[in-house]
Structure formats: C-alpha cells, structure tokens
Design a protein. Structure first.
Length: 230
C-alpha cells in the first residue's frame, strides 16, 4: 500500500488522524478494483483455515504465567549455552516457517541473536529452569532499547522416540511480555529468534549472522572520543 499510495509512506499529519480508517478503506477498495491479486507465497486454503482457528484460541501459556505469577517469580538465571539447554526439540527451516506462518520473523532471527552474542559465541540470553517439565523462561534484551528486558516462556515436549509420529507437536505454546508477545497466530520476533536458535541454529555450523564490523568501528570511535574528552 505504501508503494502505491505515497501518502502512507511518509509521516502523516495529526489533522488526518480521524480519517485514517476511511483512507485505508478507500485505498483498499481501489487496489481490489484496479490491481491484481496479492498472493502470499505458500498460502493455501488449509493455512487460511488454521490461521482463522488460531485467531480465537486462548494463549494458554500467558494464562499460566498470570495465574501463577511467573513474571515476578525469582529464578536461578544462567547463561544460555548448549550445555545448559534442556532437551529442546529440533526443527527444520520448513517447520519453523510453518510455525511462524511465514519467513518474516525468521529473517530477523539472526540479527536478534547477534545482538545478544558475546565474543565467546554464547548467547547472552538468560535461562531459568522452571520446575514444570517442558516449560522454560528466558530473559532477553530489547533490540531497540538496551535498558528494556523482556521475559518469554516456551512450552514444549521432548522429541518422541518414533520419528514418524506425524501428530507430534513439539512447541506447545509461548508467551512474551513484549507488546505483541501474546499472539496465537505466529509469534513475536523474540520468541521466533529464541526458538530458531534453540531448535535449529545451534545445531548448524554454516549459520550466517550479520557482520559486526560497522558496529565495532563505531564503538572504537566512541572510545577514542571518550579518551580525548578525559
């Protein structure tokens, strides 16, 4: 819509705030009338039905967190590493794409993980082993605000011994305290990044993360400026 109507691609003045909904409806009608169909890659009738069914589902992990006050619960936080991980299910990229209903969050996952990597290569994410089997709590740093921390919970089941079990659903639920973390259709980028790392990236040797050279140069310049000021 931003490509067709430049009005939505720029900052919209406050005077138009009350009419935004009408503008969207008019532009949508114009697109439906005079432009071709917008197709989603991999979209099927079954996928649409699944998304509609999940729309009305209750986020059971959120309900569990709120019922037992797990947000305020003190935990023995440990640094997330391969040694400290529980038996988390292993997923393929196709399975992850089905889980997130697309590849948008998966494209952002490497950069989210990169923001939380140390020189040692271990993720800075902090993991809390909850007493409940198959439920972990992870504390992550916001990508946009360093001072902001989010908590997320992931409910899972260990991989079955029979690998041909088609009814097996490894990820049972999830919840994040970020603004969009309670959704049931797909998941927020924090949850997607953690699941991507735990179920896929940590098993692969050829995973590529964004380069840190530009960030390192900026940090070096800021260090030199601080030294000169002193």
């Amino acid at each position: 819509m931003k490509e067709i109507f430049k009005f939505f691609g720029n900052r919209i003045g406050y005077a138009h705030a009350l009419n935004i909904r009408h503008f969207l409806l008019i532009c949508g009608a114009i697109i439906n009338k005079y432009y071709g169909l917008i197709e989603m890659r991999g979209a099927t009738v079954e996928l649409a039905r699944e998304m509609r069914s999940k729309r009305d589902e209750v986020n059971v992990v959120q309900a569990l967190v709120e019922q037992y006050g797990l947000k305020a619960r003190r935990g023995r936080w440990i640094r997330l590493s391969n040694i400290d991980l529980p038996s988390f299910p292993r997923l393929t990229l196709d399975e992850l794409s089905e889980f997130t209903f697309g590849c948008f969050q998966l494209r952002l996952a490497p950069s989210y993980i990169q923001d939380n990597l140390q020189d040692s290569g271990e993720a800075e994410y902090q993991l809390d082993h909850l007493r409940e089997p198959g439920l972990i709590r992870i504390r992550v740093r916001s990508r946009f605000r360093n001072a902001t921390r989010h908590q997320l919970w992931i409910a899972f089941v260990e991989p079955p011994e029979d690998e041909e079990d088609e009814e097996h659903t490894p990820i049972q639920g999830y919840y994040c305290t970020c603004q969009s973390g309670a959704r049931t259709i797909g998941c927020c980028c924090h949850v997607a990044a953690v699941i991507w790392f735990l179920s896929y990236a940590r098993f692969e040797d050829g995973v590529r993360y964004p380069s840190q050279r530009l960030l390192d140069k900026v940090q070096n310049v800021m260090t030199e400026i601080n030294v000169i000021d002193v």
